[in-house]
Design a protein around this ligand. Structure first.
Ligand code: PRT
Length: 107
């Protein structure tokens, strides 16, 4: 399994977004600003939905990758970190007790 994760991509996006490199899609999105980045995120979300409904597994993987990348660009532009989102998700696991049950050793 790959050890690539959202935090690594978040760091790449932060660097590339500020690079000023005209070849960089991330820099282009940072320059264009939130409306364009959020629009791209929405388009990729719709494409992922279509792939899911079609039952096209390969396309769903590809569109999910596009979606996560554009979602991270939107978070970066909003000044929100992956850690903040993870903390929110983690706080919800406590509400159901599922995380505690999942981490308990099986009898
Ligand atoms: N993960 C991605 C990533 N996923 C998608 N994209 C780009 O998102 C862009 C928009 O995708 P679309 O499918 O909408 O294609 P489009 O060219 O706009 O065409 P349309 O279908 O909209 O007409 C494309 O140019 C893709 O290459 C990405 N661009 C960059 N990354 C990551 O960001 C890093 C830095 O990239 P640069 O900023 O380009 O150096 C890369 O090394 C990757 O790790």
């Amino acid at each position: 399994m790959s050890d690539f994760d959202l935090k690594k991509l978040e760091a790449i996006i932060a660097t590339r977004g500020r690079s000023g490199d005209p070849q960089s899609w991330t820099a282009q999105l940072f320059n264009a600003g939130m409306p364009k980045a959020a629009q791209k995120m929405g388009e990729e979300a719709v494409e992922a939905v279509i792939a899911a409904v079609k039952g096209d597994r390969e396309e769903l993987v590809s569109e999910s990758a596009d979606l996560l990348y554009h979602w991270l660009v939107v978070l970066a532009l909003a000044g929100v970190s992956v850690d903040e989102v993870m903390a929110k998700l983690e706080s919800r696991t406590g509400q159901s007790g599922i995380a505690e049950k999942a981490s308990r050793p099986k009898a």
